[in-house]
Design a protein around this ligand. Sequence first.
Ligand SMILES: Nc1ncnc2c1ncn2[C@@H]1O[C@H](COP(=O)(O)OP(=O)(O)OP(=O)(O)O)[C@@H](O)[C@H]1O
Ligand SMILES: [Mg+2]
Length: 211
Amino acid sequence: MIVALLNQKGGVGKTTLALHLAGRWAREGKRTIVIDADPQGSALDWSEQRAREGLPRLFGVIGLPRDTLHREAPEIARDADHVVIDGPPRVAALMRSALLAADVALVPAQPSPFDGWASSEMLRLIDEARIFRPELLARFVLNRCATGTVIARETAQALASHEPPVLASRIGQRVIFADAARSGRLVSETVNGAVAAREIAALAAELERLA
Ligand SMILES: Nc1ncnc2c1ncn2[C@@H]1O[C@H](COP(=O)(O)OP(=O)(O)OP(=O)(O)O)[C@@H](O)[C@H]1O
Ligand SMILES: [Mg+2]
């Protein structure tokens, strides 16, 4: 399965979730590759930091911030069970290419009633990609959710009928994600990361059921 983490909004958790999904699948023994399609190269930075810390390699990270991504990705996917694309903010050409490569477009969003979860351009790009690839699945995943609060019933109902639909798995607002990243780690490799790691495992399992 090729999953692309995409949202033109910056800082919504594309890189964090891409690395953690890949880490989870690698841990389950699946051959997993991350394609860093963001010119900022944050996933590559993480991987480099990991090497500096002397931590073992969990999965390969390939830098490919090119709009030829859709041509390269299937080839890369041939040798892998899962490919996770860490998408760029803003650059429409790269997003378009990632959407043509992906089986699932996963759009991380911070649940806020005050602004849309994705730019209208992002949603338009998904619609456009579906002209060429009607089988493309698109889902929102709520990231940085306030922990310990139950989503109100009206909100839950609104989410269920949302388009693209919202996955049931949610990721809480947990500083451990930022702390772990600084030292090239995943939350599952930290002392206090068990709850966060469980959320990631649930998300990874839900995505596999989807595909
Ligand atoms: N669930 C979370 N809880 C707490 N912090 C988080 C969570 N998810 C992401 N963060 C933090 O938010 C910041 C932005 O996350 P991240 O880099 O993954 O977003 P991004 O969408 O890849 O950003 P960009 O658009 O710049 O590529 C990072 O410092 C990250 O550690
Ligand atoms: Mg990023």
